[in-house]
Design a protein around this ligand. Structure first.
Ligand SMILES: [Zn+2]
Length: 55
């Protein structure tokens, strides 16, 4: 079974697929466009999360 056909991908593998994740702040679901994006735009907009994470 090593002859499996690969799907044709026009995008490079490195490209991150947008996923739906849960925001670490409000636990609401949002679309994450980057691997490091774990906070929704609303919470990011407040900029208060930075101080909150510093503890
Ligand atoms: Zn949020």
């Amino acid at each position: 079974m090593s002859n499996r056909k690969r799907k044709k991908n026009s995008k490079p593998q490195r490209e991150y697929e947008a996923k739906t994740r849960k925001c670490l702040m409000c636990r609401d679901e949002f679309t994450s466009r980057h691997p490091g994006e774990r906070i929704c735009a609303s919470c990011k907009g407040t900029a208060a999360w930075r101080e909150g994470m510093a503890l």
